[in-house]
Write a protein that binds this ligand. Structure first.
Ligand SMILES: Cc1cc2nc3c(=O)[nH]c(=O)nc-3n(C[C@H](O)[C@H](O)[C@H](O)COP(=O)(O)O)c2cc1C
Length: 190
């Protein structure tokens, strides 16, 4: 059985730290025998949640977003994965705007399903990629952790990285991705 891992990145820098983290996770997952769907959110047209109606739209009852853009296809690619990773640059101690726009809308569709969330029980890795001093990585991961909990995914690891820790943290991400694939394989065999 081949497992599918979605790796979401969300930085405009094609050769930046976020992209390097995405590639490290991809490498680890491939080495463990998984297939990888690497999704760079930035080129896509993903509008913000419009808080339809008086706060909820079709997300509440039908678990789909009624704002039609690139979101629908990306949402499908994410839920098609057996496990996934979210890698974001740290902006203002938080996730990037492209990550927030996408994840806000996924949360509305999935958290409203409770245990039936299509991301429920899926192992995931969160990475906060920051500048030199790394201030704000913890608050960024805290927000990501909350999001993972809202959609009921199973946090496999949460990793901070800065330019200073880049070399050894990339190795850790590769190892984490490998371990996550082995974990889902072992779980399936039980
Ligand atoms: C708008 C903006 C806000 C940022 N805020 C923070 C921050 O709060 N903490 C931090 O350590 N770095 C911050 N940075 C730096 C980025 O996190 C850092 O450059 C990161 O490596 C960017 O990833 P990239 O190389 O993939 O673009 C900020 C950068 C931008 C553009």
């Amino acid at each position: 059985m081949t497992y599918r891992i979605a790796v979401i990145t969300s930085s405009p820098n094609k050769d930046g730290l976020t992209a390097a983290c995405g590639k490290a996770i991809e490498k680890g997952a491939l080495e463990a025998g998984a297939t990888v769907d690497l999704i760079d959110l930035n080129p896509y047209n993903i509008g913000r949640c419009k808080a339809c109606g008086t706060g909820y739209g079709a997300c509440r009852t039908e678990h789909r977003c009624q704002v039609i853009d690139d979101f629908q296809n990306l949402h499908e690619r994410l839920v098609a994965a057996d496990a996934y990773a979210v890698v974001t640059p740290v902006y203002w101690g938080d996730l990037s705007e492209s990550a927030k726009a996408f994840l806000d809308r996924v949360r509305r569709c999935e958290a409203t399903s409770g245990e039936a969330s299509k991301l429920s029980g899926k192992p995931c890795i969160g990475v906060a990629a920051a500048g030199g001093r790394g201030g704000g990585t913890i608050t960024c991961l805290l927000n990501m952790q909350q999001w993972f909990n809202h959609v009921r995914s199973e946090i496999f690891d949460l990793i901070t990285v800065t330019r200073k820790s880049r070399a050894y943290k990339l190795l850790a991400m590769e190892a984490a991705a490998k371990a996550m694939v082995e974990y889902i394989r072992e779980k399936a065999e039980q």
